[in-house]
Ligand binder design. Structure first.
Ligand SMILES: *Cc1c(COP(=O)(O)O)cnc(C)c1O
Ligand code: SF4
Length: 335
């Protein structure tokens, strides 16, 4: 763990912590006692998708550990410059599935809204790293259009807030959006895909809990933990509050070399999720995005590790190993 002098930084609220996110590789390494131990890509290559990590997330990294699984997820290693065939800028074809502005409609009965381009941390394996909207706010200017499109399509039962990270928006904005959705009778569920309870637990505010518990929609939150170390006491408390507000909690992880590519860490993640009452839902094979080839693990290894998990865990703690395939109407279940 990192020394008290740094771990003890007190932030007024989540926005304060967010605005003080760490953005330079050298500073992050210094905070972890790892000066010059890892080589980052050059500043020019970093421009489009800079390093970005919150103090809360750094606090969960181990001081002096060059292979820390959390550090690996956010540190822009020189390996990002390796060009590997088959790794492209838009591996899942999201540019093709945009039906009206800000809405992705590639899953039956579900509409995915790109609520914001902003994230509290930048995960180096993220397939959105090359998206043109990465720092923009695609929904703000066209919310009325999106609502009209959702009203017209009565096949839509579920609205998914995606991004970026939807919880990077304020509660005032989110509550107003949810209020508009609640007026559409065919919409029954709201799903929120977010990493914030893990990387910025302060984001779980009274106001957030209040609009969730008051919603007439069933609210499902899909968090994104890749490693058991991401769930410390503060995050566990935030998750408990979300559950108490009536949120169903699921986890999706990405299968990542050097982070969770062995049975012990996948089992530890499932056990930890169970302790905080989150269901392990998906384990995604990496989307082959340019700059992330150093995270790739062979599919066969994934299949073997799922089998190893199944031998040791109850079935409900074994996630489905899935791949996102361009043009497919659902995920492809691998194991
Ligand atoms: C797979 C996926 C969905 C659909 O999820 P299901 O749980 O299979 O309904 C929605 N959004 C994103 C970003 C996804 O990757
Ligand atoms: S969209 Fe999710 S995975 Fe991608 S950078 Fe943001 S928080 Fe990380």
């Amino acid at each position: 763990m990192i020394p008290q002098s740094q771990a003890d930084v007190i932030f007024a609220d989540w926005q304060d912590e967010l605005s003080h996110a760490i953005k330079t590789p050298a500073l992050l390494l210094q905070m972890l006692g790892l000066e010059d131990r890892l080589q980052a890509i050059d500043a020019e290559s970093l421009k489009n998708f800079p390093l970005r990590v919150t103090q809360s997330y750094i606090n969960k990294m181990h001081y002096g550990d060059v292979s820390d699984p959390l550090l690996r997820q956010v540190f822009p290693l020189i390996d990002e410059n390796i060009e590997v065939e088959g790794f492209s800028a838009d591996p899942v074809g999201d540019h093709l599935a945009i039906s009206s502005p800000g809405i992705l409609h590639k899953y039956q009965g579900r509409a995915l809204l790109l609520t914001t381009g902003a994230c509290a941390i930048h995960c180096r394996y993220c397939f959105r790293r090359h998206f043109p909207y990465s720092e923009s706010n695609p929904l703000a200017s066209q919310w009325q259009q999106s609502i009209a499109a959702l009203q017209k399509d009565s096949s839509i039962r579920e609205v998914i807030f995606s991004g970026g990270d939807p919880l990077a928006l304020t509660d005032t904005k989110l509550a107003a959006m949810v209020e508009d959705l609640e007026k559409i009778p065919h919409i029954k569920r709201l799903r929120i895909h977010t990493r914030l309870p893990l990387v910025l637990p302060k984001r779980v505010t009274k106001n957030l809990l209040s609009w969730i518990s008051n919603s007439t929609l069933r609210v499902v939150m899909v968090i994104h933990a890749n490693h058991a170390n991401e769930i410390d006491a503060e995050t566990a408390e935030a998750l408990l509050q979300l559950r108490n507000a009536g949120c169903e909690l699921l986890n999706q992880a990405v299968f990542l070399r050097g982070v969770n590519d062995n049975a012990e860490s996948l089992i530890a993640l499932s056990e930890r999720l169970s302790e905080v009452q989150v269901v392990p839902y998906y384990l995604h094979l990496l989307d082959k995005v340019k700059g992330a080839s150093h995270f790739d693990v062979a599919e066969q290894q994934g299949i073997e590790l799922i089998a190893a998990m199944r031998r040791e865990l109850p079935g409900y703690l074994v996630p489905r190993l899935v791949r996102e395939q361009q043009g497919e109407a659902s995920k492809t279940i691998i194991a």
